[in-house]
Design a protein around this ligand. Structure first.
Ligand SMILES: Nc1ncnc2c1ncn2[C@@H]1O[C@H](COP(=O)(O)OP(=O)(O)OP(=O)(O)O)[C@@H](O)[C@H]1O
Ligand SMILES: [Mg+2]
Length: 379
């Protein structure tokens, strides 16, 4: 059995103890050998290796480097892929159609040739019954009877990836359901309650005109009613930003900054680095995602930062939408914040993940916070 040198040439590694003071090429490999291999003779080491190979619950295989022909595979490999031993040995992985994407094998070989080893390489494989398996593999170059071969040890992470996907689907459905519900409540508030309040205002004003002696009290009532109506309107707008639907992302974010400016003494500057037209054909779901991220980031600035100034920046470059919300407040530790189990940052992250985007939080105590969201735009 042999192992690659750092310069990627394959050399024989002798597991037997070397005589004292030996300075052969392979002697320099000895410190990296596990202590057990240093104590065992070559045959014992080999036997130990094949015992591990046979009994390991991790699928293992040895294939030729050139063609990917199977020289040996262990029982876990066979049972997970659903093959009988005779169906595999001597055949190549490409022949058996084991790679779902044959370019992955080419990539593995390329990396092995350049680095001598590959770690945590995620592969999608096809089993005998056409089932898909996801394996996380580590590969090493080994020498079998003078032929360069690949020893692959994998973890079957199919179930893990499936659960992650299911979780992602659930969060996508939850976010969609939440938006639909917000939308419904916003419409009810706007079209139902707010219209009734507006009519009541008009009735009160008319009543005041008829009963001149009560007009002062009535106009005070009317003002309070207008105030309630404005609150309901604001609430409906926050629940579902109708401006986003009618005017698009840019005006909606600008209006949000304007609306929130002045809360707790915070002044919000809005900066747009692009032409308005560039945001016009933005997909509705992406626009809503971007809007919600800015809304949550600003709400956090108001609630937690203590800052007096903040800046919201929108930028479109190379098919990526960048959103930046920067404040000059007290900052926070992201690790500590995550342990609080609150929903704002998680929800931003989740929304962006569903849009294939990314959330970057830059914050340091007393040095302010910058929330950056990157959303790739479809062509
Ligand atoms: N701009 C900011 N400046 C200072 N601290 C912040 C800022 N943004 C977030 N934080 C800190 O991060 C924590 C987590 O934020 P997150 O938005 O997840 O939760 P929250 O705002 O407390 O509650 P909610 O679930 O209602 O959003 C906050 O409690 C706060 O301590
Ligand atoms: Mg929050």
């Amino acid at each position: 059995m042999s192992s690659p040198r750092p310069n990627n040439t394959v050399v024989k590694v002798d597991f037997s103890p070397s005589p004292k003071g030996a300075t052969t090429a392979h002697a320099s490999w000895r410190p990296s050998l596990p202590p057990i291999a240093q104590r065992l003779g070559w045959h014992d080491s080999e036997r130990l290796f094949f015992q591990v190979f046979k009994n390991s619950l991790q699928p293992m295989s040895i294939t030729t480097l050139a063609e990917g022909r199977y020289i040996d595979v262990n029982p876990s490999f066979l049972s997970l892929l659903g093959y009988e031993r005779h169906q595999v040995i001597g055949k190549s992985s490409l022949e058996l159609g084991i790679w779902k994407n044959s370019a992955q094998r080419a990539e593995l070989v390329r990396r092995l040739k350049s680095d001598g080893l590959v770690r945590n390489f995620e592969t999608a494989l096809r089993g005998a019954k056409d089932q898909t398996l996801i394996w996380l593999s580590s590969a090493d170059l080994v020498d079998i009877d003078g032929e360069p071969c690949i020893l692959v040890i994998s973890d079957d992470i199919t179930e893990q990836r499936r659960s992650e996907q299911q979780l992602r689907d659930v969060s996508a459905r939850l976010i969609r359901a939440q938006e639909e519900e917000r939308n419904r409540i916003a419409r009810e508030l706007h079209d139902g309650l707010n219209q009734k309040l507006a009519l009541l205002c008009v009735d009160l004003q008319e009543f005041g005109q008829i009963h001149g002696d009560l007009s002062q009290q009535l106009s005070a009532f009317s003002l309070r009613l207008q105030d309630v109506s404005a609150d309901v309107h604001g609430l409906s707008h926050r629940l579902h930003p109708s401006k986003l639907d009618y005017l698009g992302l840019l005006p909606a974010v600008k209006s949000l900054c304007h609306e929130l400016s002045g809360r707790r003494g915070l002044q919000i500057e809005f900066v747009n680095n692009n032409d308005v037209a560039e945001f016009e054909h933005l997909d509705k779901e992406l626009a809503l995602c971007a809007y919600r991220v800015v809304q949550e980031a600003l709400s956090n600035v108001i609630k937690h930062s203590g800052a007096v100034t903040a800046r919201v920046q929108l930028r479109c470059r190379k098919q990526v939408l960048y959103l930046l919300v920067t404040d000059s407040g007290r900052g926070f530790s992201v690790d500590v914040a995550k342990q609080k189990g609150r929903l704002g940052l998680i929800s931003m992250q989740e929304r962006l993940r569903l849009a294939n985007g990314k959330l970057i939080i830059r914050s340091r105590p007393n040095r302010g916070t910058q929330i950056e969201a990157r959303i790739p735009l479809p062509n």
